[in-house]
Write a protein that binds this ligand. Structure first.
Ligand code: HEC
Length: 120
């Protein structure tokens, strides 16, 4: 299991060796809703989801182990559900549930993006 995880990490990090690539992916796939990338006043006034810094903090508080935090993001993003949700019902009332991103991003890409969100 440990070996598998290590292999996955190695493969993931060599596929996405450059932070800027992962950053571009995060901006493209999650940025419009979670405010990754350039922040404008307009974007702040029209938020459609919790911003990525709030997301990162929320997940790290619930999952202090970095790997658990990354796995949570991957799992939730592929299949969001109310019972897994870390944000309160107020977040759901304000923004609605996140639509599953499984048709939008591959699991390898998502894992790299999840690492980026946790580390930033
Ligand atoms: C269409 C808008 C949209 C996109 C695109 C989007 N999200 Fe979200 N996301 C939301 C909304 C709305 C919430 C808050 C409601 C919820 O938790 O489901 C959310 C919540 C989350 C949460 C927190 C769940 C919790 O525990 O409450 C995570 C983690 C997350 N998103 C990750 C991602 C990642 C990673 C991507 C990019 C691959 C992404 N999201 C793309 C709208 C989006």
């Amino acid at each position: 299991m440990k070996k598998l995880l290590l292999t996955t990490l190695l493969v993931t990090s060599s596929l996405f060796a450059q932070t800027s690539e992962v950053e571009a992916l995060a901006v493209e796939k999650c940025g419009s809703c979670h405010l990754i990338g350039a922040i404008t006043k307009d974007k702040l006034n029209n938020m459609s989801a919790p911003p990525s810094w709030a997301l990162s903090k929320k997940v790290k508080t619930a999952y202090p182990d970095r790997r658990d935090a990354i796995e949570f993001i991957v799992e939730y993003t592929m299949s969001p559900s109310e019972d897994k949700m870390l944000f309160s019902h107020k977040t759901k009332e304000r923004f609605g549930m996140m639509p599953s991103q499984k048709d939008v991003i591959s699991e390898d890409e998502l894992r790299a993006v999840a690492q980026y969100i946790i580390d930033n």
